[in-house]
Design a protein around this ligand. Sequence first.
Ligand code: ISL
Length: 543
Amino acid sequence: MGRLKGDFVYQIYPASFKDSNRDGFGDLNGIREKLGYLTSIGVRHVWLSPIFLSPMVDMGYDIADYKAIDPRFGTMADFLALVQAAKANRIGILLDLVVNHTSDQHPWFTKALSDPSSPYRDFYFFRKGKGNHRPPNNWTSMDFKSAWTELPNEPDVFYLHTFSKTQPDLNWSNPKVVEAIQGIMRFWLDKGIEGFRIDLVTCYAKTGFQDGRKTTVGTGQEHYVAQPENHSLVKKLTEVADGYDALLIGECFGASRSDIARYEIDHELDMGFSFDLTHLPTHWRNGTVKSRWLKRAIIALQTQIPWNANYFENHDLRRSPNRFVARGFRQAGTKALLGILMTLKGTPFVYQGEELGAVDYVRHDPSKALDLVTQAILEFAKEKHLPKFLGKTLASRHSRDNARAPMAFDYQPGFGFSGINIKPWIRYNERSGIINVQKESENPESALSFFKALVKIRNDNPVLAQGRIHFLPSKSRVLAYLRLPETGKKDDAIRVVVNLSRFSLGINPKLSKGELLLANRHEIKPGRLTPYEIRIYRIPGQA
Ligand code: ISL
């Protein structure tokens, strides 16, 4: 857990980072070309979203061969060159371990499907239905339909897919499956990676196949999400990781804070992503989260989990300025979010473009979205005869295309992602001409410049890496906290004071004492915070 203390992790969505061979699709050589940029913003660890052979129905989260690089991303030689070049830049690579399910194109599944006596049947969940095309139970998957699909050639036999129907769930109670997964881990760890981000790490243990309580989303989840039995399965991954001193960072879907804490305390995972911030409700009209709720959720996570994997963004979410900042205040709000992310206790996870303050598409027609979740929501809305505007709003609110627009490095045609006249696999964001690395590097007031200042503050102040956190009493829309040295140490303390709202708010002037290291406003009033104002102070030598 202590291994990443001072560092942050930068998430790369390879299809959208840098296209080196000008086919409109990002690739591994592109990432290698950009190591200079990563170094310039202080990156020491990169998490790559999946790069393995895949039909790309779920953009690589549906894997057909765990030990092969998808040709769209390059070759194994490109991968090894990337690992080596990254190492030379003191950057470690984390890969995405997606083993809750495979693709339906994986040979294990195709063999299981074509031969009822194949040993691979037991790699998945094949079950008898209730006759008349009725599935074994009422569980639903991400598309709101049955989580079971009937086999084309075997009436009344179904397979389970808790995500999409092209992603059959693996049967973790089969030791052969566990062994195969451990082999996959060793295969990549032997190539010099430093660990894994693990997809849906809390969903392996299926503890019963009874009908679930009926809900709109995820009927049946009480039988397979965050079951206590899951811990012993995750330990199988820990065993392998420990042999390499590798990092394991789990996506803890559906897990409570105490369950995530248990994964850490029992040394099963180094840290886990909670969904508490992700699942905060957004206002139906403007799509933003209430500042009070954000504050409450941050405090709960920080006080109940020993070491958090802090994040506001990833490849599944809308951009954080759209989710947490009121319109018209994005410049200040973006910096406030970056400031919080980089000063809370735990490891910050920065998603590509977040350091620039990237935003969602301005014009978003969900019916044109490439993401399968967006399409599933639209279909659901249609089937339920929801009013058109509601279906459209729901779909664009959850559209995962937003954060998947290509990274913008400059303001030339192709935005430094790809070349001129090349059609990217997903369309460019309309704001790329303004929100890009080049423009922001030239502007001391940009989100990127603010981010770089934050990285420097983290590096200069060990208390941000190692220290405790203590929340200070403040108004419900203000977040104020101290980072204090570990007991016995005499490092400087840091105080962070942030207005999470679009209102100008009075504060206790005592919160403004100390040496101001960084702020997102030029004019500082000790007793007042303007909308989304953030200030970071150093308080010398407190013990
Ligand atoms: O994206 C979501 C809903 O819109 C999330 O609920 C998501 O399903 C959940 O976070 C699990 O995500 C992970 O596994 C999925 C994959 O599509 C996501 O990209 C990945 O992050 C299935 O592998």
